[in-house]
Design a binder for this molecule. Sequence first.
Ligand SMILES: Cc1cc2nc3c(=O)[nH]c(=O)nc-3n(C[C@H](O)[C@H](O)[C@H](O)COP(=O)(O)OP(=O)(O)OC[C@H]3O[C@@H](n4cnc5c(N)ncnc54)[C@H](O)[C@@H]3O)c2cc1C
Length: 490
Amino acid sequence: MRVRVAVIGAGFGGLGAAVTLRRMGITDFVVLERAGSIGGTWRDNTYPGCACDVPSHLYSFSFAPNPDWPRSFSGQPHIRDYLERVADDFRLRPHLRLNTEVLKARWDGAELRWAIETDAGSYQADVIVSAAGPLADPRLPEVPGLDDFPGRVFHSARWDHDYPLRGKRVAVVGTGASAIQFVPEIQRVVNELAVFQRTPPWVLPRGDRRIAAVERGLHRRLPATAAARRQLIWGSRELVVGAFARHPEWMRVAERLARIHLRRSVADPELRRRLTPDYRIGCKRILLSNDWYPALTRPHVRLIDSGLREVRGSTLVASDGRSFEADAVIFGTGFRATDVPIAHRVTGAAGITMAEEWRDGMAALRGTTTAGFPNLLTLVGPNTGLGHSSIILIIEAQLAYMADYLAKLGTLGSGASGRAALVPRRAAVDAWTDGLRRRLSRSVWNTGGCDSWYLDANGRNTTIWPGTTAEFRRVTRSVRLDEYEVLRHG
Ligand SMILES: Cc1cc2nc3c(=O)[nH]c(=O)nc-3n(C[C@H](O)[C@H](O)[C@H](O)COP(=O)(O)OP(=O)(O)OC[C@H]3O[C@@H](n4cnc5c(N)ncnc54)[C@H](O)[C@@H]3O)c2cc1C
């Protein structure tokens, strides 16, 4: 099947792209999604307690406000329902191709088209919009002996709801954003719980509350009030970027708040010591929770502040020799954020995959287009992640860039000269990436003294955008043609 645009993925990014395409009057497109339903992150992460950690009024599309968010930080089922509604309201369903996994995509330089192979047929597309997600594929560490573990093993993003945890001895590996949400929930039902912690996270109080019916009614009747609420949350978050990006020493203020939070939650000084990070706050993602620390003080919960080294039968052994007998192991070990699987499946103009192009670190012009990969835009691409605000703001900025890209492509390809493709000049990509590296070199993410998933195997920060979201919107408002080479048919 031949289409103008093939979107890969039906999470916030892919659905946002579909809305934008329809608004531009483009209907000749498909959204290829490997799963049987839409939602991305919010379909896959169904662990107990899963919720966003950016207030819902900001963690949603500006063009699809939801006056009915039930809580300031809404839970996974509500966010998933919201995305289903977006698909209905914007009439995206006819474009969705579910149960369709992109296995390979190859640039055809003669035809100026992408040839896409999926497990449900082939497609040809003038343009690919890759929205396959920065955190869509779980990362499972290699642990010697794990294959022979007799009990149940799963990752938090693929929660095994058929396995009753009640009365079981459960080990949790990892203390990141997911673990701190599900540990307080599952400790209520399990018999014994051991949490393997390599590095403690910094944790701040979570200002979550129910949004009252009168507030919701007001937002419904007067949409400007919901918009004002969104603006307020957005503005307050923009103010803190300077501390993360330029003045890590200012982060001490937040560190003090986190220490107070820890002191108030944990009476035992020895446990407090083991829960106190030795790196600057913000270096790793700052976590928000009111029930993580209290959960760790429960008598049936053990903190093993050491990584999991090996599994011997049903015994889990930590690097420091401590051990725990378990019926189940749950990995809260994050995602393949700096080695995204889709990059191994896309082959560009020079016959190499995007993963090969990125062997020295992921890099894309304005976070979106990659040297050697014509007519391919990546949403939530390299260095577009945020430490302080909602990724939806980044996605919407990229969608404006995509719209301008397609408009310019249309103009370039009209008339006698025939179809055209755009590919970013390597010099433009390098200049962009060098600028980011310089800025990031003084940021808390690079200097804070931690090892985080923001950094790749070579220690390069290829995930974080070091500016405000307003700046990102400005730099992606339009495509600068001097940064691109135009390829012509024939
Ligand atoms: C538990 C959790 C909580 C989070 N909370 C927040 C938060 O509070 N604030 C925030 O800003 N961010 C948060 N994030 C980050 C979150 O991933 C992004 O906010 C956002 O959901 C990303 O949307 P996306 O569309 O880019 O990717 P995804 O939602 O991951 O969607 C990608 C889609 O692509 C599909 N796909 C992948 N490969 C293929 C293929 N080869 N073929 C076909 N389809 C494919 C996947 O199945 C998936 O449906 C959170 C992430 C997690 C995991």
